[in-house]
Design a protein around this ligand. Structure first.
Ligand code: NDP
Length: 283
């Protein structure tokens, strides 16, 4: 049976370290500050934003939330970002996605100062990730890497198969694995013989958004399985992209859903905010 990779515990351990870093920075006169911008009233986004706020408070990070009406214009949003870019108390700016139509998401993300882009979505930061000199790494894929590190998985020379090629998970996690010297295969909806590719993987990272589509018997015995997917089935139950029960019989280690990658995302947001504040303190 596979070892369960306990994302809650890894995330909690990280938050203890982050809180200690916050105390050290406060001693140097710098309190890390995060601004979270929420436009409209998407219920899931509201939940995420409130979780982020609570996590900031617990870590001693100053956070300010800007809740804007769904009718907010792109110009008003860009003006707010401009003022946050210039606010010295703010080290990180996070605009909760998705943004309501007709706001141009790309334009908004590009308006965030790259040195405050704690989500790592600005093209400047994407470029730095591609060239192997990242300033901020996107939180969910960075959380995946921290989990692999906590599990002492050495990626050098390993065959990593990633299912999903989104800008927020699949592509950045591929670049991060490449930076750790893995041989990376990125699969997507047009990939042929997906099962065949997964069967060859030492490490499988699933970020698709389709309940249990990766079957247990696709997993190579002894592989590491990281399931980023979060899918609601029925009224309450959450499942990942991987058939957890089947995969657990073959994998060496596997992340559960919930309690796997999910808790890491917010920890990495706090981590990036503190890194940003550390840069301010060093100036
Ligand atoms: P996207 O919808 O942006 O991307 C999904 C990817 O899966 C696409 O690249 C798509 O391919 C690929 N795909 C779809 N169907 C198939 C298929 N049948 N076979 C192979 N590949 C397929 O999703 P995200 O990357 O944003 O999120 C992925 C999952 O991760 C979701 O469940 C999401 O909820 C979860 N998630 C969890 C987070 C967390 O835990 N904190 C944070 C972010 C996401 P193509 O490009 O060809 O369309």
């Amino acid at each position: 049976m596979a070892r369960i990779i306990d994302g809650k515990q890894i995330a909690a351990d990280l938050r203890v370290k982050i809180a200690a870093d916050v105390t050290r920075l406060q001693g140097a006169g710098v309190t890390p500050g995060l601004a979270v911008v929420l436009v409209g009233d998407d219920p899931a986004s509201r939940v995420y934003v409130s979780m982020k706020e609570k996590a900031c408070a617990a870590a001693g990070i100053f956070s300010v939330e800007h809740k804007l009406a769904a009718e907010t214009t792109e110009r008003e949003l860009l003006d707010l970002i401009d003022s946050l870019n210039r606010d010295e108390k703010i080290d990180g700016i996070l605009v909760q996605l998705p943004l309501p139509d007709p706001i141009d998401e790309g334009k908004v993300l590009e308006a965030i100062l790259p040195t405050k882009d704690v989500d790592g979505f600005h093209p400047y930061n994407v470029g730095r990730l591609v060239t192997g000199n990242p300033l901020f790494q996107p939180c969910t894929p960075y959380g995946v890497m921290k989990m692999l590190e906590a599990e002492k998985v050495d990626l050098a020379g390993k065959d990593v198969v990633i299912i999903g090629r989104s800008n927020i998970v699949g592509k950045p996690v591929a670049l991060m694995c490449l930076a750790e010297h893995a041989t990376v295969t990125i699969c997507h909806s047009r990939t042929r013989d997906l099962a065949d590719k997964v069967r060859k993987a030492d490490v499988v990272i699933a970020a698709v958004g389709r309940p249990e589509m990766i079957k247990g018997d696709w997993i190579k015995p002894g592989a590491i399985v990281i399931d980023v997917g979060v899918n609601r089935v029925g009224d309450k139950k959450l499942v990942g992209d991987v058939d957890f029960a089947g995969a657990s019989e073959r994998a060496a280690a596997i992340t559960p859903v919930p309690g796997g990658v999910g808790p890491m995302t917010i920890s990495m947001l706090l981590f990036n905010t503190v890194v940003s504040a550390g840069r301010r303190a060093a100036v």
